[in-house]
Design a protein around this ligand. Structure first.
Ligand code: UP5
Ligand code: MG
Length: 192
């Protein structure tokens, strides 16, 4: 018999919108597996002798998007290795290339439940990332120069993906400017 499909929630929103923070809370309360595409890419970049390390670092610093073959393979491998069935996929798909590559590689294996969208203005996003950088995040993209590019990519490449899912009535939009606990109070309604 065919194995059951992976249940997936995509988690999208600008740089520093709070995707990772809210995903951690969802995991704690609802037991999903949290896969951050950015974290998987940073992990891959850090592997000694990684074939894609330099390419990944260049994209991250420039706020541009890594080719889908790399990201999608990291996601699929992590999904399989988890031997679980409910996933939060954080920070993906970010552009048309991601969307098409995912649909081709994973479309038949996945049930997309909804898209959780953390809506957060540029100023708030930027300040959070700058604060995180100042506090020693060590992220090579938590600086003003990278943040401008990250936000450009978000507006030009990722917003159209959110609109694509909006047309399918799959987007659940959260006001991400509030405090983490206030945001989660709304988020948990979606998962209960
Ligand atoms: N914070 C969180 N919530 C807060 C709140 N409600 N109020 C006040 N402060 C709040 O939070 C960011 C910071 O804000 C933290 O210090 C937190 O304490 C605070 P976090 O939860 O980390 O936000 P998140 O949305 O996860 O921010 P992140 O920086 O991770 O978002 P990005 O989307 O920019 O980063 P990501 O890691 O997803 O991607 C990085 C890069 O990887 C991309 O730019 C791209 O180059 C590459 N990438 C790809 O190429 N392809 C992919 O598919 C994914 C990534
Ligand atoms: Mg994150």
């Amino acid at each position: 018999a065919m194995a059951s499909k992976f249940n997936v929630v995509f988690v999208l929103g600008g740089p520093g919108a709070g995707k990772g923070t809210q995903c951690a809370k969802i995991v704690e309360k609802f037991g999903y597996v949290h896969l951050s595409a950015g974290d998987l890419l940073r992990e891959e970049r850090a592997k000694p002798g990684s074939e894609y390390g330099e390419l990944i670092e260049n994209h991250i610093k420039n706020g541009t998007i890594v080719p889908v073959e790399i990201t999608c393979s990291l996601l699929e491998r992590a999904m399989k290795e988890s031997s679980k069935n409910e996933f939060l996929i954080d920070g993906f798909p970010r552009n048309q290339n991601n969307l098409e590559g995912w649909n081709k590689q994973m479309g038949e294996k996945v049930n997309l439940k909804f898209v959780l969208f953390f809506n957060c203005p540029l100023e708030v996003c930027t300040q959070r990332c700058l604060d995180r950088g100042a506090a020693g995040s060590g992220r090579s993209d938590d600086n003003m120069e990278s943040l401008k590019k990250r936000f450009d990519t978000y507006m030009n490449a990722t917003m159209p993906i959110i609109e694509h899912y909006e047309a399918q009535k799959l987007v659940r939009t959260m006001d991400a400017t509030k405090g983490p606990d206030d945001i989660f109070a709304e988020v948990e309604n979606l998962f209960s």
